[in-house]
Write a protein of this length. Sequence first.
Length: 347
Amino acid sequence: MNTADDGLDEIVSFLLVDKLSRVRWLPNQTEDEHFFVTGSWGERVNTVRLWNLVHDRLTDEDDTGVPLVPQPTAKFGVTGDIVGLEFLDDKHLAAVTSEGTLSVLDLNRESRLSYDFTHTYNLHDLHTNGGVRSACTGVSAFDQYLVTGGEDGTVNMVAGDAGKVIRTIRDPDGGAVQCVSFIYPDLVIVGQQYGVIDCYDTRDESSKPVFSVETCVEEDRDLNKPTCINHFPKNKQVVAIGLESGTIILWDIRKPYGASALCDAHTTPVTDIQFAKEEQDLMVSADMAGLVTQWTLNSSSSLVEYFIQSRRFRLKEFKPINAIDMNVRHMICGGDAEMLYLLDMME
């Protein structure tokens, strides 16, 4: 365990054995629970790991009593890079891979300090192009349903409890799907490779989007492809879209062709955008240069142009930060440096 203070924040870091592609806190934990999951990339067989942050008995606690040591409690191996992790509920986790496989795992509570994984099912070759396997590029969940995006240009809607594809949306232009966000039971936002955001009504049997909005102009199309999407938890119709250029677009889907806000703190592709889970009005973003930025939101504003109040740089590393997540007290970050970073959200 190391601590660093480079003028940004005091950061607690832990050396791991994996490059991390995803980190996610378990949902709906009590105040004294600190379980989270990670997904790795870059190996022939990669791993979904379940961790618990516990007090280090060999050292003193810090003055806030924050648990300081990640202790692994379960793992599950997959072939290919893990490109997405998403909870369907408190006990079911979905993972998608660059091999085009969706795996759903049950989380079984063994004790106060430990969980275990039970493998429920795999869906192999979820995305194919001309009979050839294509990579999954992302996953998003709403209730017991999942949507996955693929390099084949399709979005698959999966009944999570049954493990069955119930709907496929095909991009007529055949461009790879970069990212997906399941906002409402009948609404999916899709970021396309060629710089377009499509909004689909899942009740419509056609593959025609309700509307489409470009994220770039012709001159910079290669720079402004969408890389990640998330929505405001209190205001789901407002979507945050990270771009390859490093810009974040805040966009109100109720007024798709109206004004949007641009957030400029990153100069390399945005890798992840997350929001505080409780009453804190915070957004956090990460990028390929290893920068993590915290944004304070103006929840009283009804205009997307005024949603951002201030920004603050929280972490700067020398390798990409691929994933971030927050609970009420802590932020965790992971990336290519084979490190896990823990920051206090109460500072």
